[in-house]
Design a protein around this ligand. Structure first.
Ligand code: ADP
Ligand code: MG
Length: 659
C-alpha cells in the first residue's frame, strides 16, 4: 500500500480535476480469469489454422484439448461445486455443451464456445475489479505507517493499525496524516479533499481535529490519536461502500430465484429438443447439435448480468463524489422517491451557527459572561450544532467553563446539567416555558422575528436569559430545492424543531413553501408517515440525533456526513460525506439512470435469447453463430452497466435535476 501513494502535487491535481481521490486500475493480467482466457485463445488460434490447412488430427487435436482445459476448468470446477449444493450453475451447462459438441466431432465449435465463454468471464471479472478499484482508491489514501513519538522523545515508525488512542504521532510537511486525532502543537494547512471534498486547504492549530488520509501542507504537526485505524472516518467510508457492494438488489434476488427454475426447465427442454426429433428419425449428430445449440442460446447468462453491474457502478460513481449509498437495495430505491423532507439546522443550513445575541433577564443575578459560561458548561457534552456554537462563543471570550454533572439531553428540546450545585437547562423557549406570557418569551420572540434561533437558559427553573444564534443557508440549498422539485414533481417539505418564525424566514430564502416547525423527533416521524400513508415515497435528509427516527421511518434516508451525528449516520441508508446538498438530486437521477439501464439490459437479454431460440428451433442456427450471439449479448449487457462508472454519467445526472 505504501508504494502507491502518489506525490502530493500529482494528487492535488487529480483531486482538482474530478473532485475525488486519484483512481488506480486493476491490470487486466493481474486477474487469473484473464490469464486463463488468454491461454485458451492462443491455443485456439494455433489449432485453427492447422485444422483448416488440413494438417493431421494429432497436430491440432491436443491444442484444442488444451484450449478446452485452460478455458473451461475453472467454470467447470465451480459448477460441479455448486451442483454439490444442489444448485445448477449456468456455467456448467456451457461446459457440458462444449464437451457435447466435441463428442459429435464439432471440436472447433466447442473450443470456440469455451474460448468466448472464458473471455466474457474475464471481462466480467475485470468489470467487478474496476468497480472495486474506484472504491478502494479511497482507502489507499490512508498511509500504512506513522511516526509515533515515544515517552522519551524518540521517534518510532509504526504500522497505523498498531497506534492506540492516546498515542502521539508526528506528521511532517507533505506527509499524509496517519490517524484521526487532535493537534497538540504545530500549525499547518491541511488538504482535506479526500474526506471533506473541500478543495482549499484548512489551517490546523492546536485543538483542531485532523483526519487520517488528509494531506499535510508545509508545517509539522504533533497529533494525539483519537480513533483506532479501523474506526477512522476514511476507514468507515470504505467499509460502508464495501458492504454495499456485497448486498443484492431485490431485482437481482428475484432473478436468481427464477434462474434456478429456469435452468432446470432449460435442461428438460434441451432433452426434449434432442429426443423428440430423434424419435421421428432425425440423425443423432443433427439432433445433438441442435440440442447443444439450444442449451447455449437459451442460457440466461445475460439476464443474470443485467442488474448488478449498473447498480454497483452507480454506487461506485456516487462514492467517488462523496455519496455513500449503503446497499444495492438503496441504490435501486432512491430513484423511486417522489417526495422529499429536509431538516433545517445542519441540513439546509451549514450547521455552524454563531451566537449573535446574549440577553440576560432584567432581574437576573447573572451578567452576559456568566450567562454564557453557564450555558456553555451545560452544553459542553452535547453534539448539537447549537451546543457547539455556545461552547465556541464562551471559549472565544476566554471564559472558564465550570464542570457539569448529571448531563441529560432531550432531542429537539435541549439539555440539562448540574453546575456548581445549580440545575441549568438550555433549550427551545416554547418547550421550557410554555405560553408566551413570560418576559423571556417576549425576548425570544423578538430574536426569532429577526430570523434568529433563540435558546432559553433556565437556572434552577427560573429564566436567566436568552441566547440568539444565527446560521447560514448552505450555498447550494436554493438550487437543490429547485432540482428536487423538478425531479420529484413537488417541492420539498421543511421539517424542523426550531421556531416557526426562524423556519419560515429560512424556508423563504431556500424557496420552500411547505414548512412544519416546532417538531419533536416523533412529530417528524408522524409527518413522514402521513406523507407515506398518502402514497408518497419519502426521502428524508437530516443530520441530527433528532432526525434519526424520521430517517428510519422514511422510504429512504440520507444523512449529512460531516455535520451528522453518529446515530444519524448509522440509521440513514446513504450518507453525503462532504455535506454537499446538491449531490442529493444528482444521486436520485443517477439511481433512475441505473434503473433504466437494468430494464434496457433485460430487454437486450430477452430479445437475444428469444431470437436465437426461435432461430434454432425453427431453422438451422449454426453452433458458432449461436455461441457468438449468446456470449455477445452477455458482454454487451455487462459493458452497458459499466457505463455508469464514467464521470459523464454523474455529470448527466447532475444536469438532469437542473432542467
Ligand atoms: P432541527 O430540526 O432544525 O435540526 P432540532 O430538532 O435539533 O432542530 O432542535 C430544535 C430546537 O430545540 C432548537 O431550535 C433549539 O431551540 C432546541 N434544542 C435542541 N437541542 C438543543 C441544545 N443542545 N441546546 C439548545 N437548544 C437545543
Ligand atoms: Mg438538524
Amino acid at each position: 500500500m505504501t508504494s502507491t501513494i502518489a506525490p502530493p502535487s500529482a494528487d492535488r491535481a487529480a483531486c482538482a480535476r474530478d473532485g475525488g481521490p486519484p483512481r488506480r486500475r486493476t491490470r487486466v493480467f493481474a486477474l487469473p480469469e484473464a490469464r486463463w482466457a488468454t491461454a485458451a485463445t492462443v491455443l485456439f488460434l494455433l489449432a485453427l489454422p492447422l485444422q483448416l490447412a488440413g494438417a493431421p488430427a494429432w497436430a491440432w487435436g491436443p491444442l484444442y484439448g488444451l484450449a478446452y482445459a485452460t478455458g473451461g476448468w475453472e467454470p467447470g470446477w465451480e459448477g460441479l461445486k455448486a451442483l454439490k449444493d444442489k444448485t445448477l450453475d449456468v456455467d456448467l451447462l456451457m461446459i457440458v455443451a462444449a464437451l457435447g459438441a466435441a463428442s459429435i466431432g464439432q471440436v472447433m465449435d466447442g473450443a470456440l464456445l469455451v474460448v468466448i465463454f472464458a473471455t466474457s468471464g474475464a471481462l466480467e471479472a475485470l468489470a467487478t475489479a474496476r468497480t472495486a478499484d474506484s472504491v478502494r482508491g479511497l482507502l489507499d489514501l490512508a498511509p500504512a505507517t506513522a511516526v509515533k513519538l515515544t515517552d522519551d522523545g524518540g521517534e518510532q515508525p509504526v504500522a497505523v493499525e498498531e497506534l492506540a488512542v492516546g498515542d502521539t504521532i508526528l506528521v511532517r510537511p507533505g506527509e499524509r496524516v496517519g490517524a484521526d486525532g487532535r493537534v497538540l502543537d504545530g500549525a499547518s494547512d491541511v488538504d482535506q479533499a479526500t474526506v471533506t471534498g473541500e478543495p482549499l486547504p484548512v489551517t490546523k492549530e492546536p485543538g483542531d481535529e485532523v483526519f487520517a488520509g488528509t494531506l499535510n501542507g508545509t508545517g509539522a504537526l504533533r497529533v494525539r490519536v483519537e480513533r483506532d485505524a479501523s474506526d477512522s472516518v476514511i476507514a468507515r467510508i470504505v467499509r460502508m461502500v464495501e458492504e454495499a457492494s456485497e448486498t443484492k438488489a431485490p431485482t437481482q434476488l428475484f432473478i436468481e430465484k427464477v434462474e434456478q427454475r429456469y435452468s432446470l426447465g432449460m435442461v428438460a427442454a434441451t432433452l426434449a429438443v434432442f429426443f423428440v426429433p430423434l424419435a421421428f428419425g432425425v440423425e443423432l449428430t443433427d439432433a445433438l447439435l441442435r440440442a447443444m445449440t439450444f442449451m447455449i442460446v437459451a442460457s440466461p447468462c445475460a439476464v443474470v448480468l443485467a442488474t448488478m453491474p449498473p447498480l454497483l457502478s452507480a454506487i461506485a460513481n456516487a462514492g467517488r463524489h462523496g455519496v455513500l449509498v449503503k446497499s444495492a437495495v438503496v441504490m435501486e430505491r432512491l430513484g423511486q422517491v417522489d417526495a422529499v423532507a429536509l431538516d433545517k439546522t445542519g441540513t439546509l443550513t451549514e450547521g455552524t451557527p454563531r451566537v449573535t445575541d446574549i440577553r440576560p433577564m432584567a432581574h437576573s443575578p447573572y451578567g452576559e459572561g456568566e450567562l454564557l459560561a453557564l450555558a456553555a458548561a451545560a452544553e459542553h457534552p452535547s453534539e448539537h450544532p447549537l451546543a457547539r456554537a455556545i461552547v465556541d462563543a464562551a471559549r472565544e471570550r476566554g471564559l472558564d467553563l465550570p464542570q457539569a454533572r448529571d448531563f441529560t439531553s432531550a432531542p429537539g428540546v435541549g439539555v440539562k446539567a448540574v453546575i456548581d450545585g445549580r440545575t441549568v437547562e438550555v433549550g427551545a423557549p416554547s418547550r421550557l416555558v410554555p405560553g408566551s406570557g413570560h418576559p423571556a418569551s417576549a425576548v425570544a420572540e423578538g430574536l426569532e422575528e429577526s430570523g434568529r434561533t433563540a435558546v432559553l437558559v433556565l437556572v434552577d427553573g427560573a429564566p436567566a436569559g436568552v441566547l440568539g444564534l444565527a446560521d447560514r443557508l448552505r450555498p447550494d440549498a436554493a438550487d437543490t430545492v429547485k432540482s428536487l422539485a423538478a425531479l420529484t414533481g413537488s417541492g420539498p417539505v421543511l421539517l424542523t424543531g426550531d421556531n416557526p418564525r426562524a423556519a419560515a424566514r429560512l424556508a423563504a430564502e431556500a424557496g420552500i413553501d411547505d414548512v412544519r416547525a416546532g417538531l419533536l423527533p416523533q412529530d417528524k416521524v408522524s409527518a413522514v408517515k402521513a406523507m407515506e400513508d398518502a402514497g408518497r415515497k419519502v426521502l428524508v435528509v437530516g443530520d441530527g440525533v433528532n432526525d434519526a427516527p424520521a430517517l428510519a421511518a422514511a422510504h429512504t434516508g440520507i444523512a449529512m456526513g460531516r455535520a451528522g451525528s453518529d446515530l444519524a449516520l448509522e440509521t440513514a441508508d446513504a450518507v453525503i460525506v462532504r455535506d454537499e446538498l446538491a449531490t442529493v438530486p444528482t444521486t436520485i437521477a443517477l439511481s433512475r439512470r441505473a434503473r433504466r439501464l437494468v430494464v434496457q439490459n433485460l430487454v437486450i437479454a430477452g430479445v437475444f435469447i428469444t431470437g436465437l431460440v426461435i432461430w434454432d428451433l425453427a431453422g438451422t442456427l449454426p453452433l458458432p453463430l449461436g455461441v457468438l450471439g449468446h456470449e455477445g449479448s452477455t458482454v454487451i449487457v455487462g459493458l452497458n452497466g459499466l457505463r455508469l462508472l464514467r464521470e459523464t454519467a454523474w455529470q448527466r445526472s447532475a444536469a438532469e435535476g437542473t432542467l
